[in-house]
Design a protein around this ligand. Structure first.
Ligand code: NAP
Length: 317
């Protein structure tokens, strides 16, 4: 039998759980899908160590601990969390239909808070079945402390704040960190770029790309090509870390809702309203500008308030 609910929240990061907290306190009894195979339940903070800029935690808090607290708080007021991936939605009928691989649900309103995932590049040697997770990763903070990286030369690709942050983090473990950037100027904020430039353990390889990763059972080398000279050099390496931006987790919505060209969900400025009445979007799946845990939580709150108002207005009709 198809379960019918007032509100379904898809996603379990700060946006999803904040939306759930507000919706549960408003007696909407939300169902929250936290995901299963699609990535860590709890979202990107689950792969972060210290969060120092989430208000209310002057000593900092670990990403997983913060998510655990958000989850408990949402559950305390009646949020039901389901550990499944939503594989498709039908937003063209009402009630909306939400499908997992096991069941189908009907919802009067939906908050999409599926976040974004770290991008990788199509470089030979980096794929699943090659050296992916055998020295190649997209998260220095999650994997950097692994023994295979200790006192070894490590490579980070990217030129943004993430690449700088990951390089700085890896100085705790590697013998030398090479930041490989395709241009001659970092995209990162000045403060991060300066920290990188001042750190004697980090060397930036400007105008460069990685063209190949090789090894035996783990990574042993990367080949770096200088785009200006065309010279390629095979260099000893134990790790390669992608830090080249993110992709919004919106593929499952294909054709159902208006997206920007880059795949992020379009919302009416200053709100979480999408082009479909009754469907709201919060957090990184609709934000390619701020992308912070606190902004995600803030838009999660907005989405719940907007969903509640929308549901009440319908009931009054
Ligand atoms: P980003 O700012 O989009 O930077 C992505 C980097 O990857 C760019 O330098 C880009 O090069 C490079 N890149 C993209 N595609 C590439 C390709 N095909 N080959 C080689 N290089 C490629 O992403 P981000 O660093 O993840 O940051 C995202 C947002 O989060 C930003 O708003 C950032 O400020 C914020 N953030 C903040 C902090 C912090 O404040 N502590 C930490 C992390 C992230 P180009 O520069 O040439 O385009």
């Amino acid at each position: 039998m198809t379960e019918k609910v007032k509100l379904i929240i898809i996603g379990s990061g700060p946006a999803g759980f904040t939306a759930a907290l507000y919706a549960a306190r408003a007696n909407l009894a939300p169902l929250l899908f936290e995901g299963f195979y699609s990535g860590p339940a709890g979202g990107q903070l689950m792969t972060t160590t210290d969060v120092e800029n989430y208000p209310g935690f002057p000593e900092g808090i670990s990403g997983p601990e913060l998510m655990e607290k958000l989850r408990k708080q949402a559950e305390k007021f009646g949020t039901k969390v389901i550990s499944e991936d939503v594989i498709s939605c039908d937003l063209k009928t009402h009630p909306f239909v939400v499908r997992t691989s096991n069941a189908e649900y009907q919802a009067e309103s939906i908050i999409i808070a599926t976040g974004a995932s770290a991008k990788t590049l199509d470089i030979p040697g980096t794929h699943e079945g090659e050296f992916w997770q055998k020295g190649v990763t997209a998260c220095a903070v999650c994997d950097g402390a692994a023994p295979i990286f200790r006192n070894q030369p490590l490579y980070v690709i990217g030129g943004g704040d993430s690449a700088c942050e990951e390089s700085l983090f890896l100085t705790n473990y590697g013998s030398k960190i090479y930041l490989v950037h395709r241009r001659d100027e970092l995209r990162a904020s000045k403060i991060m770029a300066n920290r990188v430039k001042r750190n004697h353990k980090i060397e930036v390889l400007w105008d460069s790309v990685v063209t190949r990763v090789e090894g035996d059972h783990i990574v042993r080398s990367v080949t770096v090509k200088n785009l200006k000279t065309g010279v390629e050099e095979k260099r000893e390496a134990a790790g390669l870390f992608f830090a080249v931006g993110h992709t919004p987790n919106t593929a499952f919505l294909s054709g159902q809702i208006e997206l920007h060209d880059n795949g992020y969900i379009k919302v009416h400025p200053g709100t979480t309203l999408t082009n479909i009445k009754g469907v709201f979007a919060a957090g990184d799946c609709a934000d390619f500008h701020y992308r912070q845990a606190i902004t995600a939580a803030g838009t999660g709150c907005m989405a719940a308030l907007e969903a509640e108002r929308w549901l009440s207005a319908r009931e009054e009709q």
